[in-house]
Design a protein around this ligand. Structure first.
Ligand code: UDP
Length: 255
């Protein structure tokens, strides 16, 4: 019946969903390699679409989401430097690789009906917006997913550091680090079945034990700005949305 519904209904349903989220504004960091699927190089469209689906679910649950995607599936500066290139030039190539990944993810998200904006730390007016902090914040408030491309815009840095930097600038409540496994282990659990899994760690634990979660600059920045890092499996269907509500399996890094 018509009078069973009132204008407040939608709002209260929305706020109920949001109330279930422990982390509402978050930054998801995924490596370029996560987009390769079973391939040796580049992008696997099915994998890109699947991860876009994970983002879509998180947005539907009421999260404000930023995304930083690496470029390791296309080019890593350090590999170029090893072949005799100048490190800075090679790093710029790596940053351009992250723009390719950002555009691929934007395309996949928009095909699912998720509104997105790509902002690049290296201005590229014909392909995307330049990085403007206040504008990015506004996009998030409007429910758009903001994909930060080109890392920090500086050579000698990584997209992990870009993730911690943008998360700090956007006032994110957590950095969600999507990996192949369901948390942080003392060694690679794919290679060493005896590897110990950690449920909780401090930022300092990660630094002092040299655990390979994110690079040290990124972990230090997250620590300084009191941003927890949640490490979870990006391969588990519905995993991202689940972790945002405090459920599922993940390692939390927080002081
Ligand atoms: N890069 C850079 N500055 C940044 C971010 C990235 O120079 O702020 C370059 C660097 O060469 C790096 C490449 O971009 O190797 C790809 O990024 P990253 O290795 O972090 O990607 P991931 O390992 O997450 O796929």
């Amino acid at each position: 019946m018509e009078h069973d519904r009132c204008p407040g209904d939608e709002v209260s349903r929305e706020s109920r969903t949001m109330a279930e989220l422990i982390y509402r504004r978050v930054l998801l960091k995924i490596s370029g390699e996560a987009l390769m699927g079973g391939r040796e190089f580049g992008l696997d469209p099915d994998t890109v679409n699947r991860i876009a689906g994970e983002v879509q679910m998180a947005v539907a649950a009421g999260a404000e989401l930023c995304l930083v995607i690496g470029g390791g599936n296309i080019f890593r500066g350090i590999a170029g430097a090893a072949q005799g290139m100048q490190r800075a030039s090679a790093d710029y190539m790596g940053m351009l690789a992250t723009v390719i990944n950002a555009l691929a993810m934007q395309n996949a998200l928009e095909q699912l009906g998720v509104q997105t904006r790509v902002q690049s730390a290296i201005p590229m007016a014909t392909v995307c917006e330049p990085y403007i902090r206040r504008r990015a914040q506004r996009h998030l408030e409007k429910g758009r997913v903001v994909i930060f491309a080109a890392g920090t815009g500086n050579p000698f840095f990584t997209t992990d550091t870009a993730a911690a930097l943008r998360a700090s600038e956007m006032g994110c409540q957590a950095i969600m680090k999507g990996t192949k496994v369901d948390g942080v282990y003392s060694a690679d659990p794919m290679k060493n079945p005896k590897a110990e899994r950690f449920e909780r760690l401090s930022h300092l634990d990660v630094l002092s034990r040299d655990l390979k979660v994110m690079d040290a600059a990124a972990v230090s920045l997250a620590r300084e700005n009191r941003i927890p890092i949640l490490v979870f499996s990006i391969n588990k269907p519905g995993g991202l949305a689940e972790v945002l509500t405090g459920k599922g399996k993940y390692t939390i890094i927080s002081d």
